[in-house]
Design a binder for this molecule. Structure first.
Ligand SMILES: [Zn+2]
Length: 376
């Protein structure tokens, strides 16, 4: 052991020397009690004096990076000490980590620079792409438009009716190079793998804007997309794409509400293809607001059936789709009016729905209150 005492005070030097003094057998010569008695101090004072005025190092373990020897924290650390092969000191670990982080940030920066400009025009993008891009920008762009905040940071505005679909939107924009990972993203959003590559959480990274041939600034990207959506010619050209996305959003609204009411009645249900087919048939005839009515009634009946029959939650929930189908068939055959519901407080209109139904189709949440065949 190497002991370094920095004080000039003779008594302090003596206290520290006594504290760290080792006998031939490698045991401490005096106990803590003996030292405190000798100098008339308590053990807290002793430890304070020792740690403020001395350091003790192990000769058996040194940092291979800076050569610094391992420093004992106190006597018990010394007593239980076993040298660890390959040990690196805290300072060097911190420096190494910082260097690695800087290297990773440099890499993110060069990745971004290589895809910051896209050699295409916004006008050549599909309707879905520009609707997604505008929705993400409207929801998450920083106030000064310098970047796009991580999806997770905004917990109030919903991007689409379903979280899984939000992820799909971000993935698509990223894969098609319409947004790029910001080098300033929180590094916790990434996981490095052994092959030198990395994976990232699509909802945790921040994004940078990607520039286009016909839009070289974030502001002009927004203006360009909004102008396209406002153009009647564009809407005519992209009619089929608009119908397709409108239908998808309406179906998501129905599925999301279905999940909500099923959970409210504490039933257990996972919507599959059959459910989607039936809900699509509902949307052929009715608005989402009216579909809510059929869904709500079916879930209520399923809950009553569960209470009455003693069937399990899953079996009870499985009656919902058939119930919606029967209500639909009867309503259509008898030309019944189906009362529209209001939007649920927990399910406000999503930003993507606003982009499509308000900005592009110029309705006030028409995707909820109007049947699709009346809108487009
Ligand atoms: Zn070191």
């Amino acid at each position: 052991m190497i002991v370094d005492i920095y004080s000039e005070d003779k008594e302090i030097v003596a206290i520290c020397s006594d504290y760290w003094a080792l006998g031939d057998g490698g045991q401490f010569v005096a106990t803590v009690a003996e030292i405190t008695n000798k100098y008339g101090i308590n053990s807290a004072t002793l430890l304070k004096i020792v740690s403020n005025n001395s350091s003790a190092f192990s000769e058996d373990m040194a940092c291979p990076v800076c050569g610094e020897m391992y420093q004992f924290k106190n006597r018990s650390d010394c007593n239980t000490f076993i040298p660890v092969p390959g040990w690196v000191c805290d300072t060097c670990v911190a420096e190494l980590k910082e260097a690695q982080e800087q290297e990773f940030r440099d890499r993110l920066k060069s990745d971004y620079e290589s895809c910051a400009n896209k050699n295409i025009e916004i006008t050549s993008l599909g309707f879905r792409e520009i609707a997604y891009l505008l929705a993400v920008i409207r929801r998450s762009a920083a106030e000064d438009l310098s970047y796009i905040l991580p999806h997770e940071e905004n917990r109030t505005a919903t991007l689409s009716p379903e979280f899984e679909f939000d992820i799909e939107i971000l993935r698509k924009l990223y894969r098609e190079g319409l947004i790029a990972i910001s080098p300033l993203s929180d590094l916790d959003a990434f996981e490095l793998n052994n092959e030198g590559g990395f994976t990232f959480y699509v909802t945790r990274v921040a994004w940078n804007f990607v520039m286009f041939e016909d839009a070289k600034s974030p502001r002009s990207i927004i203006e360009k997309i909004e102008a396209l959506l406002a153009s009647g010619d564009y809407r005519d050209d992209r009619h089929n794409e608009i119908v397709e996305l409108a239908r998808e959003i309406s179906l998501l609204e129905c599925l999301s509400y279905l999940e909500y009411v099923v959970a409210e009645h504490q039933l257990s249900f996972t919507a599959g293809e059959k459910t989607k087919i039936v809900l699509n048939q509902v949307l052929d005839n009715f608005s989402v607001a009216q579909a809510y009515n059929l869904i709500w009634r079916a879930a209520k009946d399923a809950a009553a059936f569960y209470m009455r029959s003693g069937a399990n939650r899953k079996h009870a929930a499985n009656t919902i789709v058939g119930n919606i189908q029967r209500q639909l068939d009867r309503a259509v055959a008898n030309n019944w009016e189906v009362n529209p519901f209001r939007r649920n407080y927990d399910k406000p209109q999503s930003i993507l729905s606003q982009v499509l139904f308000n900005t592009c189709l110029r309705t006030d949440d028409g995707g909820f209150s109007e049947p699709l065949w009346k809108l487009i």
